[in-house]
Ligand binder design. Structure first.
Ligand code: ADP
Ligand code: MG
Length: 572
């Protein structure tokens, strides 16, 4: 008994349609793309029941002639490409000539259109892929497509549709995407009687973001602009520290086509490492423009994924552009532009035999640990930093500073960590760690998981100043370690570094290694600091590339605006 048979055409057509047309939002996407390809200046989308009952897309674009309107429903009927070569440089959103065929196979479709040239417009009605009626119609230039009862002839697929509300939200998401990519086009989205989106044409993306999301949202973003050779990246992305706990607000467009793309996503998220708190991700609207022949859009049925000819190039362009943005907008520097630009008198004591501090301020004993550099000024530092007055220390843990318009609360450990991390990075680049060679090597017993971690990461640790030698079994001898650690600390530090080395790529490991070394040598919470030391620490902090975050991504500074204080005291 034969089990396999060829599907009759009316079924195979539906199956193919099922791939592109999955739900109301895919219909909206295809129709709006057609309107954009037709050069519309205004696109109106009307829905009933989340698009299940009716999707109407009305545009004022080029319209179609009577013959075109009839043939547009044939599979592979398209005006956008004609030769095979066209496929390698697609300039339009559509090109497969399948959307109208697929949509009309699974719904009742009525198209009205007029191209402004023929004597009058035409109305074409189809249902389940069959032509029902063609008639003349008085219609302004443009096209209106009504799609009713989606999947009326495919009950199984209809069952998989979600609630009206969630279908609507997918549609709103797509229309938002399209509106972002085409600020010069007016978009209107109406559900029943409710207007969901209505944004008149504007000149810039900035205005469009403002229309869609409002001012508060826009204020969190900085403008992105970078180019290299033939490619350009524009758009907006989070200012440092302004991320959100998910990746839901990352929009990528390639030649104005909204896409999902791992290369762009990875590059964006990597750029923000160290500029956002732990577990936070940037918001972004990134538009990549590159020659049509450098990107293949013919790789995914609904064209939501693309393939770059040269992904590493794209990756680095994003990394570089976002990096420039981030380095250009260091939050705290923005608030205190003068910070970090003033040089203060007084040298930096990097060794322990610094002269005692002036002003008779007693030196807290914990700061006098031999071997640990303090990076604090030895003399003559006023208790002012860049226009900020140092008021004192709270709970021996937080430095309280301020000036007329705000109070700053600075976490001394996190701040010192940031300072040391950048110094260590500097030293690490030169690989010239001042080392200590203990008289008696420090013997360490490794755990079964630490032993392979050492084998794998020996060179990295050596770079950071640690030289270990195998002694047989899992015992090792630490022969050399950076001078910043005491004999008694070295073993513990070395073991925690090994723990940090268990996963990740070389660059991530190197960063974590330095961050951990900074953490181990930074002042602790609960250590009393003199005012001069506080001032010096803050001065150094503002010289770093990112004063607002410690290398582990924890915040360093809390700012309390004077207006907030006054509001609390009912003075404002
Ligand atoms: P594709 O967009 O891939 O060409 P479609 O099935 O979406 O295929 O559309 C087929 C053709 O119908 C298009 O190439 C275009 O010529 C015409 N068309 C569809 N929608 C519109 C519209 N809104 N305005 C003008 N022409 C349209
Ligand atoms: Mg199309």
């Amino acid at each position: 008994m034969n089990r396999i048979a060829l599907l009759p055409p009316e079924i195979s057509q539906k199956i193919a349609a099922g791939e592109v047309i999955e739900r109301p939002s895919s219909v909206v996407k295809e129709l709006v793309e057609n309107s954009l390809d037709a050069g519309a200046a205004e696109i109106r989308v009307e829905l009933l029941d989340g698009g299940k009952r009716l999707i109407r897309v009305h545009d004022n674009g080029s319209g179609m002639s009577r013959d075109d309107a009839l043939i547009s429903f044939e599979r592979h009927a398209t005006s956008k490409i004609s030769r095979e070569e066209d496929l390698s440089a697609i300039r339009t959103l559509g090109f497969r000539g399948e959307a109208l065929a697929s949509i009309s196979a699974v719904s009742r479709v009525t198209v009205r259109t007029w191209d402004g040239e023929e004597a009058q417009g035409v109305q074409v009605e189809r249902a389940g892929g069959q032509l029902i009626r063609v008639s003349d119609a008085a219609f302004p230039k443009g096209t209106r497509v009504d799609v009713e009862d989606l999947f009326f002839n495919l009950p199984a697929r209809k069952k998989f549709l979600r609630s009206d509300r969630s279908e609507l939200s997918l549609i709103a998401k797509y229309v938002t995407n399209a509106a972002l990519a085409y600020p010069g086009v007016r978009f209107i989205l109406v559900h029943g009687k409710r207007e969901i989106i209505n944004c008149p044409a504007v000149g810039t993306l900035r205005e469009r973001i403002f229309q869609l999301y409002g001012k508060a949202f826009l204020d969190r973003l900085a403008e992105v602009d970078g180019e290299d050779k033939v490619a350009r990246i524009t758009g907006f992305a989070s200012k440092p520290l302004m991320g959100r706990p998910d990746k839901n607000h990352q929009f990528f467009f390639v030649n104005k086509r909204p896409v999902r793309d791992r290369v762009l996503q990875a590059a964006l998220n990597q750029s923000y490492r160290g500029f956002l708190e732990k577990n936070m991700s940037p918001e972004a609207f990134l538009f990549l423009a590159l020659p049509y022949e450098d990107v293949d859009v013919n790789v995914h049925p609904s064209k939501i994924e693309v393939r770059f000819k040269d992904s590493p190039f794209v990756f680095h362009l994003v990394l570089k552009t976002a990096g420039n943005l981030l380095l250009g907008t260091r939050t705290i520097k923005e608030i205190y532009p003068e910070a970090g630009e003033r040089r203060l008198a007084g040298g930096v004591a990097e060794t322990t035999d610094a002269p005692p501090l002036p002003l008779g301020v007693p030196e807290p004993p914990s700061m006098a640990k031999p071997g640990i550099p303090t990076f604090f000024a030895a003399a003559g530092v006023p208790a002012h930093v860049a226009g900020l007055q140092v008021f004192g220390q709270y709970l021996d843990t937080y430095i309280i500073m301020g000036r007329e318009d705000a109070l700053l609360v600075i976490d001394q450990h996190n701040a010192h960590e940031r300072v040391l991390y950048e110094k260590y990075k500097e030293i690490g680049r030169g690989k010239d760690w001042p080392r200590r060679m203990p008289l008696i090597p420090v013997l360490i017993e490794l755990s079964p998981s630490q032993a392979p971690a050492l084998e794998e990461n020996g060179p990295l640790l050596e770079e950071a100043g640690f030289r270990a030698e195998a002694m047989g079994g899992r015992t090792i001898a630490l022969r050399e370690f950076p001078e910043i650690f005491k004999d008694g600390e070295a073993a513990e530090v070395f073991l925690s570094l090994l723990e940090e080395m268990k996963e990740g790529g070389v660059e991530a490991k190197r960063e974590r290694l330095l961050a951990t070394m900074a953490c181990k040598t930074a002042v602790k919470a609960g250590e009393r600091l003199s005012r001069e030391k506080m001032a010096f620490l803050v001065e150094e902090l503002f010289k770093t590339s990112q004063p607002s975050l410690c290398p582990h991504g924890r915040p360093v500074i809390v700012k309390i605006d004077r207006s907030e204080i006054e509001k609390g005291l009912r003075r404002g």
